[in-house]
Design a protein around this ligand. Structure first.
Ligand SMILES: NC(=O)c1ccc[n+]([C@@H]2O[C@H](COP(=O)([O-])OP(=O)(O)OC[C@H]3O[C@@H](n4cnc5c(N)ncnc54)[C@H](O)[C@@H]3O)[C@@H](O)[C@H]2O)c1
Length: 432
């Protein structure tokens, strides 16, 4: 297929769109393109996910089944585990995981294995866009050689781009369709094709000059966030030491109409992005002889926060005349942030494991996470009422479904790591 024909198919929304990896990123993207009228095929190695998509049963919080099901029923969206579907596709977005190895080195295995499968069925005239967060250079150095093996030339026979995913699970204001989409191609023709493609389904597209710039944009955004959270966590540790309420300080500073942006302290970093992505950058720059010192420092401070929270719990229990050993500590919220069900890298896991190690009996409530089975934790979520007879309650994730008024009325002792009890004055509340 020629460049002009692919452009025509994209404009007519008849291009057959493929999304590889149907997780928190891939499923919302598949839905947006199906809603825009494209025929969409999702490919995932997880047969349970493809079965659920084909049944119109969403497992991603930001995609209601009431939106997914009609798209499946009308034939606009289907899912498969079979990569031979690539043979019938015109475009592919790769949205597979990019975790870190234990050594904090990037784990490229998901990108490599999905590209190996794509390469088997790859054909002339396709547009391929990598969306997985990764280090600058991945698209050109890892993906391009795998797709060029066939002897095809990028920018002429096929089009390859990187476009960072910025989805913010649980954010009702900004979702896939209205978050500006940055895209950079291996060649100007690739960028132009990527821009044309996204502009059919998304409201605002931001082209940049190369795949490396697009890769670096994502790492700047998340490193900025990680370092500012590290800074505010350090300020929280300082305020605690000198007896100042850090939350009041931040609220007052945030009244400055320019030059300040509030970040908030908490029990530590969580999720699949902020704790991980900056290490992609430090890994890459170390190879170029530059140590990413801000990243290392913020990583250290953020990593101390679960320990700080557990010290707070222990001290609060001591003050109440109860040793932490043998006390029941009830954790409110275990997902890594408010109103989502994602447990990946959640600081609640560290908090619970550290409490267990100090001899506490740990229980939890989370309306979004029914069970926690990680390391020595094997727990089921209890109703919020069970917080009432715990020796101490720790608010780790400030879900909006919790009834904070009744919590304050009933709990004996509360350690609030999120300022969920903003403005409530009670001798039973200990704040971060
Ligand atoms: N979740 C977020 O908020 C978020 C935000 C921005 C960027 N990202 C990035 O987007 C990428 C995907 O993240 P996610 O949260 O959607 O992950 P996820 O784990 O929710 O989804 C990834 C999906 O890919 C599938 N998969 C794994 N290997 C595969 C293979 N070889 N072929 C096909 N499918 C395969 C998995 O089964 C899973 O369904 C990551 O690089 C992540 O860093 C995530």
């Amino acid at each position: 297929m020629s460049e002009a024909l692919l452009q025509e198919k994209i404009r007519a929304r008849s291009a057959r769109v493929g999304i590889v990896g149907l997780g928190y990123v891939g499923l919302p993207l598949a839905v947006e393109f199906a809603r825009a009228g494209f025929p969409v095929t999702g490919i995932d190695v997880n047969a349970d996910k493809t079965r659920r998509v084909n049944a119109g049963d969403s497992y991603v919080g930001d995609v209601p089944s009431s939106v997914l099901a009609p798209l499946v029923q009308s034939g606009k969206l289907r899912a498969t585990t079979d990569f031979s579907a690539v043979a019938g596709l015109d475009t592919i977005n790769i949205c597979v995981p990019t975790p870190l190895r234990k050594t904090k080195d990037p784990d490229m295995s998901y990108i490599v294995s999905s590209c190996q499968e794509i390469a088997r069925y790859f054909h002339t005239g396709m547009l391929v866009i990598l969306e997985s967060t990764t280090y600058p250079g991945t698209t050109d150095e890892v993906v391009l050689p795998m797709l060029s093996k066939s002897g095809r030339t990028v920018g002429r026979d096929f089009f390859l781009c990187f476009s960072p995913e910025r989805v913010d699970p649980g954010n009702p204001q900004y979702q896939t369709a209205n978050i500006p989409k940055v895209v950079g191609g291996c060649t100007p023709a690739c960028t132009a094709m990527g821009r044309l493609f996204y502009s059919q389904a998304l409201q605002h597209v931001v082209p940049v000059s190369s795949t490396q710039v697009a890769e670096m944009v994502k790492l700047l955004e998340n490193t900025f966030r990680m370092i500012n959270i590290g800074l505010v966590n350090e300020i929280a540790l300082m305020c605690d030491r000198i007896g100042v309420n850090v939350w009041e300080v931040i609220d007052a500073a945030a009244t400055k109409p320019f030059g300040f942006m509030p970040f908030y302290p908490g029990p530590g970093l969580g999720g699949h992005c902020i704790p991980i992505d900056p290490f992609y950058l430090s890994w890459k720059t170390r190879q170029a002889g530059i140590e990413a010192r801000f990243i290392e420092l913020a990583g250290y401070i953020n990593g101390q926060m679960p320990h700080f929270v557990v010290d707070k719990v222990q001290n609060a229990l001591n003050d109440a005349g109860k040793p932490v050993k043998g006390s029941r500590v009830h954790v409110m919220g275990v997902a890594y942030k408010r109103d989502i069900d994602d447990l990946r890298e959640s600081p609640a896991l560290d908090v619970m494991l550290l409490l267990q190690r100090r001899g506490a009996a740990v229980t939890y409530s989370d309306p979004h996470v029914p069970v926690v089975r990680v390391d020595s934790l094997d727990l089921e979520s209890l109703p919020q009422e069970s917080a009432a007879d715990a020796d101490c309650v720790v608010i780790v994730t400030d879900h909006s479904a919790f009834d904070y008024v009744s919590l304050v009325a009933r709990a004996r002792l509360i350690v609030d790591t999120r300022n969920a009890l903003r403005g409530v004055v009670s001798p039973t509340i200990v704040r971060l």
